[in-house]
Design a binder for this molecule. Structure first.
Ligand SMILES: Nc1nc2c(ncn2[C@@H]2O[C@H](COP(=O)(O)OP(=O)(O)OP(=O)(O)O)[C@@H](O)[C@H]2O)c(=O)[nH]1
Ligand SMILES: [Mg+2]
Length: 168
């Protein structure tokens, strides 16, 4: 995993504690990663991973819905997350993040009883902007919806391997 933040190694430390090879990129102020940073970061990650094969690389961009949407990092798929406490109007306010993504995840759904977050409305707004979006709802805390997310990742790995074999 490649973690992107303005400051601190905190997210990388959290992921490393789970036994996953990870490096942290800190931008020092910039509100997004770019392809050159990701490229250098990937070579650092290869060293960090030792001899392990990297089948799936996650890049967590700097946490906002504005700047990351305009920079191509070379990723195969872009996933945009909106957590329940953030509110349902993010697709309406930040359309480019949803237009430039393939998947929209509503996260922290265990908090739905405590917030006014009409899920269908938020998803409807996003699909209005981008009818091709795959959408899913999940909670990392309760695990609800996690199987759908994991199946999506498994399918992605199979698809990428098939595409790679066709190129070789
Ligand atoms: N209730 C609830 N809390 C969660 C869930 N997932 C993460 N959190 C908590 O939310 C807080 C922030 O975590 P995240 O939203 O994952 O952080 P992040 O997106 O990496 O934040 P930035 O990198 O700062 O943008 C932490 O205290 C997490 O424990 C969830 O599914 N439900
Ligand atoms: Mg983070």
């Amino acid at each position: 995993m490649i973690e992107g933040d303005i400051e601190t190694e905190r997210d990388a430390e959290r992921i490393r504690a789970k036994g996953v090879p990870v490096i942290q990129l800190t931008t020092g102020g910039a509100c997004h990663l770019d392809a050159a940073m990701t490229h250098k970061g990937f070579h650092r990650l290869e060293k960090e991973a030792g001899g392990q094969t990297i089948d799936l690389l996650f890049i967590e961009n700097v946490g906002n819905l504005v700047c990351p949407s305009t920079f191509d990092l070379g990723e195969h798929e872009r996933v945009v997350l909106v957590s329940v406490p953030e509110g349902p109007d993010k697709p309406a306010k930040y359309p480019k993040a949803f237009i430039s993504s393939q998947t929209f995840v509503v996260s922290k759904t265990d908090l739905l009883p405590h917030f006014d977050f009409p899920v269908a409305e938020a998803i409807g707004d996003a699909l209005h902007l981008n009818p091709h979006l795959r959408t899913m709802e999940l909670s990392a805390t309760t695990g609800e919806g996690m199987e759908t997310w994991l199946n999506y990742l498994r399918e992605l790995v199979v698809k990428m391997k098939q595409e790679k074999n066709q190129v070789q």
